[in-house]
Write a protein that binds this ligand. Structure first.
Ligand code: NBG
Length: 813
């Protein structure tokens, strides 16, 4: 068993030394930001010892390692989480108190590491936490974007994006590793030479541009087990020697180009969620971090063994492709093994096809990555040539399996219609294809990837997503975390299935009262945040009805706000109707170029503006749009929510993970039977959730066969007609045309079945109100949600990946 004690005296001394050394100040003189830095460096000193010990142990035991390849890691803040996982949070708070430093205040000085968009990136971050906590050897591999997810400001109701210069004060936890820098090449053309001795053809690249990839390592701390894994993100730099050379030859322009390439490659995260940015720079980013990661993985393998045999590489490493974004892993690993390491095709293919596994995160067609062949070929000539060969062989397999069936080739080939289809490449080459919730995996098998499933069923499997309870409960909701521990002990922190032990308390009125009192305190805290940030007063006794997630039409924030408009009309008509006060809380970033999504944000704010300022409804409805929704404020929002809005069009949300964070924090779901909602309802039972709307089968049926006309619904439901009309009659904005496009989309192109599901949503919301009025009943439902969340830990998910896909053995320190 691993044990290390916290040395308070040493720690305090270290903080003081750091302030002195870094800023020539005393702790009294230092700013809060400087204190944050000094404390973080002191914590890093503690981490370093464990980091070294872990890597030492890995070296000795020589276990298989997973490389989690991802363009996105939505890490949030590190300091608080690191303290939690070191199990030093309370010790440090106390030590700092004695020094007159407030831990919360300095935690708030840390910018979120927002190297991701939404669920996909946050999942990657939760996975790293679980991997370390379970003692699995792992690297998180990605890009050190200079600017992460943009900061959202709301001006006049509109979203305005501001750059997120998260590194401006430096990142105290990272370590730059120049010794592992790698060159990555783009463009040019293929060079072929014959080896004079072996006669073998050697392929290379000439007239290329290149950059130097430099890794930064960030520690990922396991909970209370002394394990520290590495999150490795790559920065780009111009290749100086090369540059000098160019200067000598007077090629000033070329040299500056290299500088610019390096700068632009890692400059910014593409802010698209569930949408492909078909930009050349994006493909460059992908290849950049993939190539650097693979080169270093091979170099490490060669360093680790006396007689390294790369034909056995896959016995020691596995690359998990987080969506198709890192799929160039497949041809790039082929290239490195053949061109750089001299392997033959079959041997290389044997390694690659046993070392790559792919996770699909969406069925949204606009998110599927397809690159124009010309672009791909121009940027990665040799890699493209390898893709051609992979495709040639794969198409031959298809034809062998389905003789004469060219339709199959059309549907499954990697290269088709002038495009490189990244999902097809990942599936053809990888040994595992998984979806992220049971329903999602079924839809993949029966619809989206049907042909692939029929051809190679053995590759397909499901891994339902999860979340880390360390961040989203232990850190985000300390009141509830303590209460849980008082009742069932602290085993839940690393084994969330133990939450089931809370179930008997659902019949204990005292426990329910305590539980709801904590919820209330968290609501008070959120109300203060809203007061400070939005200048809106909300009543913590009202129902906190929350939808926080990326803004996307399929997630249907529009359905939510239409319901708010509906309730407002009802209240205006009948001010004395029975009505339980409600606060509708939204938080969402829209991709900068996503017009409808941005218009929905404006609509929410316009509705908020009218309703919040209408004295005639006595504050019974409040609408709040929380600016700049991100991991750090999410933690407090989940803790304070009564109602969790999970209302995507059935079949569209692959899993959802916010739904799980709400559940763990004792919010009750109103939702469709989509993604992981299905499994949430299985766990908590349907009577403890509010389910409405079309099923995924019904949606898919309409999509395939037609038969839905939104105007029929509009014409037959006068209350609904009224709110739709209010989008364009000046009720919410004096410019009647402002929301015309939303109006039109609902009536003429209701792709996401908003009008279709409206009535059943209204009914479900009415049930929410009735349920909430019965305090004990509601408390019981809320508590049962927390008690039933055990399945949704990312620890469970990671254990399944490790045992069923990666075949990893956990290490103990
Ligand atoms: C998202 C899905 C979510 C899912 C996360 C994590 C993409 C492409 N997909 O439903 O929309 O929870 O991935 O798996 O961002």
């Amino acid at each position: 068993m691993y044990l290390q004690t916290f040395d308070k005296v040493e720690f305090k001394k270290d903080v003081e030394e750091n302030v002195k050394r870094l800023y020539r100040k005393t702790t009294k003189e230092a700013t809060q930001q400087q204190l944050f830095q000094a404390v973080s460096y002191a914590i890093k000193d503690i981490i370093i010892e464990q980091w070294l010990a872990t890597q030492e142990k890995y070296k000795k035991e020589d276990p298989k390692t997973v490389y989690y390849m991802s363009m996105e890691f939505l890490m949030g803040r590190a300091l608080g989480n690191n303290l939690i996982n070191l199990t030093y949070y309370e010790n440090v708070r106390e030590a700092l108190d004695e020094m007159g430093i407030d831990l919360n205040t300095i935690e708030n000085e840390e910018p979120d590491a927002a190297l991701g968009n939404g669920g996909l990136g946050r999942l990657a971050a939760c996975f790293l936490d679980s991997l370390a906590t379970l003692g699995y050897p792992a690297y998180g591999c990605g890009i050190r974007y200079t600017y992460g997810m943009f900061k959202q400001k709301i001006k006049d109701g509109y979203q305005v994006e501001a750059p997120d210069n998260w590194l401006k004060n430096g990142n105290p936890f990272e370590i730059r590793r120049d010794e592992y820098a790698k060159e990555v090449r783009f463009g040019g053309s293929i060079k072929v030479e014959q080896d004079p001795i072996t006669g073998r053809y050697m392929y290379g690249q000439k007239d290329y541009e290149s950059v130097l990839a430099i890794p930064y390592d960030i520690p990922v701390i396991g909970y209370g087990n002394g394990i520290v894994n590495t999150f490795r993100i790559w920065d780009a730099q111009a290749i100086t020697e090369f540059q000098l050379d160019k200067f000598d030859k007077g090629e000033y322009h070329k040299a500056v180009e290299q500088e610019n390439l390096a700068k632009t490659i890692v400059e910014v995260l593409y802010p698209n969620d569930n949408h492909m940015a078909g930009k050349e720079l994006r493909l460059k980013q992908q290849y950049f971090f993939v190539s650097a990661t693979l080169q270093e993985a091979i170099a490490k393998y060669k360093r680790d063994y006396d007689n390294p045999d790369l034909r056995k590489f896959h016995e020691k490493v596995v690359f998990q492709l987080n969506d198709t974004h890192p799929t160039v892993t497949v041809p790039e690993l082929m290239r490195l093994l053949m061109d750089e390491e001299g392997m033959e095709w079959d041997d290389a293919w044997n390694v690659v096809s046993k070392a790559c596994a792919y996770t699909n995160h969406t069925i949204m067609s606009e998110a599927l990555e397809k690159w124009p062949i010309d672009l791909f070929k121009r940027l990665l000539p040799r890699v493209y040539q390898i893709v051609e060969e992979i495709d040639r062989r794969f198409v031959a397999e298809i034809r062998a399996k389905y003789p004469g069936n060219e339709e199959k080739v059309r549907k499954m080939a990697i290269l088709y219609d002038g495009q490189v289809k990244m999902a097809h490449l990942a599936i053809a080459a990888g040994y595992s294809v998984n979806g992220v919730a049971a329903l999602h995996t079924e839809i993949l098998k029966k619809q989206e990837l049907k042909d692939f499933y029929e051809m190679m069923p053995e590759k397909f499997n499901n891994k339902t997503n999860g979340i880390t309870q360390r961040r989203f409960l232990l850190h985000g909701n300390p009141l509830l975390a303590n209460w849980i521990t008082e009742h069932i002990g602290d085993g839940w922190i690393t084994d969330l299935s133990q939450m089931a032990k809370l179930k008997p308390l659902a019949d204990d009125e005292t426990a329910i009262r305590e539980f709801m009192k904590i919820k209330f305190q968290n609501k008070v805290a959120l109300a203060e945040y809203i007061r400070d940030n939005n200048g809106i007063y909300v009543d913590p006794k009202s129902i906190f009805d929350v939808q926080v997630k990326r803004l996307h039409e399929y997630k249907r924030q529009l359905l939510n706000i239409l319901h708010v408009m509906y309730l407002y009309n009802k209240l205006k008509e009948n001010p004395y109707m029975s009505f339980y006060p409600r606060t509708f809380i939204f938080g969402a970033k829209a991709a900068a170029g996503y017009y409808n999504a941005k218009l929905i944000i404006k609509l929410i704010n316009s509705v908020a503006n009218i309703i919040n300022n209408d004295a005639s409804i006595n504050g019974k409805i409040k609408v709040v749009f929380i600016e700049n929704y991100r991991v750090s404020n999410a933690e407090m929002i989940f803790a304070a929510a009564d109602v969790s809005e999970q209302i995507s069009t059935a079949s569209k949300e692959a899993s959802g993970t916010g739904n799980m964070k709400f559940m763990a924090n004792g919010s009750v779901t109103i939702g469709t039977l989509d993604g992981a909602n299905v499994e949430i309802v299985e766990e908590v039972r349907i009577e403890n959730a509010f389910i409405f709307g079309l099923s995924s089968d019904e949606v898919i049926n309409y999509e395939n066969n037609g038969g839905y006309n939104p105007r029929d619904i509009y014409n037959s439901d006068s209350e609904l007609k009224r709110i739709v009309d209010q989008l364009v009659d000046g009720t919410y904005d004096s410019n009647c045309e402002l929301f015309r496009d939303l109006y039109n989309s609902l009536l003429y192109n209701d792709t996401y079945f908003v009008l279709k599901d409206f009535r059943s949503y209204v009914d479900a919301q009415h049930q929410v109100e009735i349920a909430y009025k019965n305090k004990t009943q509601w408390g019981k439902m809320a508590l049962l949600n927390t008690a039933s969340c055990g399945k949704f830990s990312s620890d469970r998910t990671i254990k399944e990946y490790a045992e069923e896909i990666w075949k990893l053995t956990p290490i103990e320190l």
